[in-house]
Design a protein around this ligand. Structure first.
Ligand SMILES: NC(=O)c1ccc[n+]([C@@H]2O[C@H](COP(=O)([O-])OP(=O)(O)OC[C@H]3O[C@@H](n4cnc5c(N)ncnc54)[C@H](OP(=O)(O)O)[C@@H]3O)[C@@H](O)[C@H]2O)c1
Length: 244
């Protein structure tokens, strides 16, 4: 029980990597806030499964790109469990198109959720996260690649990594702040619209010749959310099977 007594917000925890993170942290003793924006039934299922396994969790709807909803997310979390120790900024969207084909809406959506979303939660965390807490911002290994069609998504995650570095020196109070950059991981966000041929090609780019499962990423978050990782701060940790 590495996380006993810790209260943790996981944004975008109704599906994919966030769902796995919420479940693993709860099974290690954390009280988990399962945040989501649209998928109420899925978020309720994540909570039900955690509770069934003897854990503690509650779902809170909030669109991270909306400042007031993020304020409410933190206030409700503190009302429910008395404090917030760890923030996992996992909510994210990806629209994969060549630069020439992206619309203004495509640009705004990715920067609103991926960049402004984290800006909003970090502002709340600055005064509301408990002393000696941990913040984990989910980036992407595409930041280090030159994948066609990933320019805007990768640019948004590069912004996440730079905010991580700077905020780690601003927040103080013993709080560590890191980014975690997964490679290709088997979720709706990654699989949507890709042919088997593309999936195989991308799987072959890492040293293990497979996609990551969400649990591969969640296990690294477990370490970063625990006191064992306290001396790591301001870093971007790759979890990508030697992709890059
Ligand atoms: N899968 C990969 O290969 C991969 C690789 C590198 C990095 N990542 C990053 O890992 C994170 C999780 O990705 P995933 O693959 O698990 O994606 P996913 O399966 O599409 O799940 C995304 C989650 O984010 C939530 N979300 C979306 N917009 C939101 C908003 N405005 N406010 C709050 N929650 C919101 C969704 O909830 P609702 O359905 O309720 O909106 C959902 O729970 C993202 O930051 C992504 O960029 C993924």
């Amino acid at each position: 029980m590495k996380l006993a007594e810790k209260v943790i917000i996981v944004t975008g925890a109704s599906k994919g990597i966030g769902k796995e993170i919420a479940s693993l942290l709860a099974s290690n003793g954390a009280k988990v806030i399962v945040n989501y924006a649209n998928s109420t039934a899925e978020a309720d299922d994540v909570v039900a499964s955690i509770v069934k396994n003897g854990g503690t969790a509650t779902a809170i709807k909030a669109d991270v790109s909306q400042r007031e909803q993020v304020t409410q997310l933190f206030n409700k979390a503190i009302e429910t469990y008395g404090k917030v120790d760890v923030l996992v900024n996992n909510a994210g969207v990806m629209i994969s198109k060549k630069i020439k084909d992206n619309t203004q809406d495509d640009f705004n959506k990715q920067f609103d959720v991926n960049v402004k979303g984290i800006f909003n939660t970090l502002q709340e965390a600055d005064s509301k996260l408990a002393d000696n807490g941990n913040i984990i911002n989910i980036s992407s290994s595409t930041v280090k690649l030159m994948f066609p069609t990933y320019a805007l998504y990768s640019a948004s995650k590069a912004a996440v990594e730079q905010m991580t570095r700077v905020f780690s020196k601003e927040i103080g109070r013993g709080i560590s702040v890191n980014a975690l950059a997964p490679g290709a991981t088997e979720t709706e966000l990654f699989l949507k619209g890709k042919s088997q041929e593309t999936i195989d090609k991308l799987s072959a780019m890492n040293a293990f010749n497979r996609l990551a499962k969400p649990i591969d990423i969640a296990k690294v978050v477990l370490f970063l959310a625990s006191d064992d990782s306290k001396w790591i701060s301001g870093q971007v940790i790759g979890a990508n099977g030697a992709l890059v």
